[in-house]
Design a protein. Structure first.
Length: 303
């Protein structure tokens, strides 16, 4: 997931809550590697996540960090420096992507991080010429054994609290916005988390439900709920497309009591604008007083 901005204006006041409760007195690895002196990692694995019939092409790329000082927390992002020069003859700008792995690395690769990246291909609206995203195509085309330059990690707000065992979590994602939640879920379950976790994941097609088998393995946890919203293939009763906010409303009988718990945190990650529909759903199903309380417990990272 390429991160372009971290918090929406709609939830500006969250900044103060987040810094006070999640960041102060906490050691967070930040900007260990910069553009001027990047970490040189080695690609250990690059596999396609979307099914062959999908119109999209999303990859899971594992980069080895052995021998470096690169450490990170779930919810942070890594910068990728694409090789080559831009049209002005300058090195390509760094591209930020959410880290999709647990802080201890990928299974089988203890000194590593993983990225979940969708290949960007689009047409110039004026010329009709095909354009390809520099960072996404570079990353998706990396091969095992290739070297890749990384910066970071960055991000000190979209993180799990240190006292995560004392909370309930509602994770809401679209597309590659699922990346940070993959790492967070691994961290929670590896630490024998017992409270409520909801993961509601929206995507256009069933073929694009990323990490479905992996998340399915967590269903043995009695308090884990994995719900999908397939917008191009599923319909609401009125014939409209199904989005994350519709699944929230469908499950409100279970979610409202959870939202009343002051230790319940909501995380939103995905395409910019998705938070609007979620806030509207919250306002529909929650009394105003409860909504005002809940919105102070929402962390947002959209791109």
């Amino acid at each position: 997931m390429k991160v372009k901005c971290q918090f929406s204006i709609l939830n500006y006041q969250l900044f103060f809550y987040d810094v006070r409760d999640f960041v102060m007195d906490r050691k967070i690895p930040l900007n260990i590697y910069k553009i001027s002196s990047p970490c040189v990692g080695t690609v250990l694995e690059n596999k396609k996540l979307t099914q062959p019939s999908s119109p999209n092409d999303t990859h899971h790329v594992v980069v080895g960090l052995e021998g470096s000082s690169y450490t990170y927390l779930e919810g942070q992002s890594a910068g990728v420096l694409p090789a080559g020069m831009d049209e002005k003859g300058k090195p390509h700008a760094v591209r930020l992507y959410s880290i999709a792995s647990h802080r201890s690395g990928e299974k089988g690769y203890p000194f590593s991080l993983s990225l979940c990246v969708k290949r960007v291909v689009y047409q110039n609206p004026q010329t009709g010429q095909e354009k390809r995203g520099v960072g996404s195509n570079y990353t998706c085309d990396l091969k095992t054994g290739d070297s890749v330059k990384l910066t970071g990690p960055v991000g000190n707000r979209f993180l799990l609290p240190e006292n995560f065992q004392e909370h309930h979590f509602i994770f809401l994602a679209t597309g590659t916005g699922i990346a940070p939640f993959r790492g967070m879920l691994a961290h929670l379950f590896q630490n024998h988390f017992k409270n409520e976790i909801w993961l509601i994941f929206g995507t256009p097609y069933k073929t694009d439900v990323l990490y479905e088998e992996e998340f399915g393995q967590y269903r043995s946890h009695p308090n884990f709920h994995f719900v999908t919203a397939i917008s191009r293939e599923e319909k609401n009763k009125d014939g409209s497309k199904v989005y994350v906010q519709h699944r929230i409303l469908e499950h409100q009988a279970k979610l409202i009591p959870l939202l009343r718990e002051t230790n319940t945190l909501l995380y939103i990650c995905g395409l910019k604008g998705m938070e609007k529909g979620i806030h509207e759903a919250m306002q529909v199903m929650c009394p105003q007083e409860l909504y005002e309380q809940v919105r102070k417990r929402i962390l947002i990272e959209v791109y």
